[in-house]
Design a protein around this ligand. Structure first.
Ligand code: NDP
Ligand code: MG
Ligand code: MG
Length: 335
């Protein structure tokens, strides 16, 4: 049985007694830094010289130093720069980590695959909101929070978990609920989800569905509505009430056709291969080499995606209809 931790399970004074260095001021960084600050934590934002995020952080009343200076002053150093640059940033800040300090992540990739090998004597933890940063900030502002994960990789102080829970409280996650996991489980499930289902699986299904209709002579506009636009309506129903709410909301014909035909389009062996390459480190090795080479195939894949007919059709249709703008108009009101 999974234990869910809420506000009452966490003592915010653990982090309010600390100085916290938030390295990076992007999606997660800005949200953590501002929420910590509003929770009464002494925060220093760590940014490289000439950083494009500096003005923004300072305009919000935060102190900004270079990462090495911020880390040296802090008791807890939180790595919120992109995963691919974290090993280099770690090199620059490691001398600022003293026994008793905490090195914290929002994703376990670099620790789990050995790209960062933290010294003994420091706690190594993870506090990972299961949400994009702008929602971590916006929900906190409203007195709510986003669900999150905590994990402990190295517990030198004996108090690492309490510290992680305290931090989760200060950024608002324990308002929504926090569960404990391991670095290994967080990384492997996260990579699998984004590759097989969320990002890779869904876009491939949409594209191949679109191509199948268009190649058979149907209009690209009809194919776009069927294969991409309606996806959001279906996912909203699943999000609210699971598969049964979705099946109950569509027609009996859609339900019968979907239940009998869906299996045909999914390749379970492909999914298992993806999971294996995550577990044995093959995917991560490939991604590290790709970065070292200056991302040549990443660029090619992105270009092909951008040139796909569904993008041209979608851009045009989205500018002709008003559904997108309505959503946009609602969103900023919360900020
Ligand atoms: P971002 O890409 O938004 O981070 C950008 C920030 O990092 C900017 O402030 C940028 O400043 C700084 N930065 C970039 N390169 C460097 C560098 N070489 N040296 C110093 N600073 C640099 O990161 P995310 O918020 O997306 O991700 C941070 C962590 O959170 C990752 O571990 C990620 O896996 C995890 N995570 C992300 C989620 C998300 O929703 N995005 C969700 C859950 C976890 P500059 O102006 O200098 O470029
Ligand atoms: Mg220190
Ligand atoms: Mg993910």
């Amino acid at each position: 049985n999974t234990t869910v931790y809420y506000d009452d399970d966490a003592d915010v004074s653990h982090v309010t007694d600390e100085t916290v260095a938030v390295l990076g001021y992007g999606s997660q960084g800005h949200a953590h830094a501002l929420n910590l600050h509003d929770s009464g934590v002494d925060v220093i934002v760590g940014l490289r010289e000439g950083s494009s995020s500096r003005d923004d952080a300072e305009a919000s009343g935060l102190t900004v130093e270079t990462p090495d200076v911020a880390a040296a002053e802090a008791d807890r150093v939180v790595m919120l720069v992109p995963d691919t640059v974290q090993p280099a940033v770690y090199e620059a800040i490691q001398d600022g980590l003293e026994p008793g300090d905490t090195l914290q992540f929002a994703h376990g990739l670099n620790i789990h695959y050995g790209q960062i090998e933290p010294q003994e004597g420091v706690d190594v933890t993870m506090v990972a909101p299961k949400s994009p940063g702008h929602l971590v900030r916006r929900t906190y502002d409203r007195g709510e929070g986003t669900p999150g994960l905590i994990a402990v990789y190295q517990d030198a102080s004996g108090d690492a978990k309490a510290g992680a829970l305290s931090y989760a409280k200060a950024i608002g996650c324990t308002r929504a609920g926090v569960i404990e996991t391991t670095f290994k489980e967080e990384v492997e499930t996260d990579l699998f989800g984004e590759q097989a289902v969320l990002c890779g699986g869904v876009t491939e299904m949409v594209k191949v569905g679109f191509e199948t209709l268009v190649d058979a002579g149907y209009s690209p506009e009809m194919a776009y509505f069927e294969c991409l636009n309606e996806l959001k309506l279906i996912v909203d129903l699943m999000y609210e009430g699971g598969h049964m709410e979705m099946w109950n909301s569509v027609s009996d014909t859609a339900e019968y056709g979907g239940l009998t035909r869906g299996e045909e389009v999914i390749n379970r062996e492909g999914m298992e291969k993806i999971l294996e390459e995550i577990q044995n480190g093959e995917f991560t090795r490939e991604w590290i080499l790709e970065n070292q080479a200056g991302r040549p195939s990443y660029r090619q894949y992105r270009q092909a995606e951008q040139d796909h007919e569904i993008e041209q059709v979608g851009n045009e249709l989205r500018s002709l209809f008003s559904w997108g703008e309505q959503e946009e108009a609602e969103a900023p009101a919360d900020d």
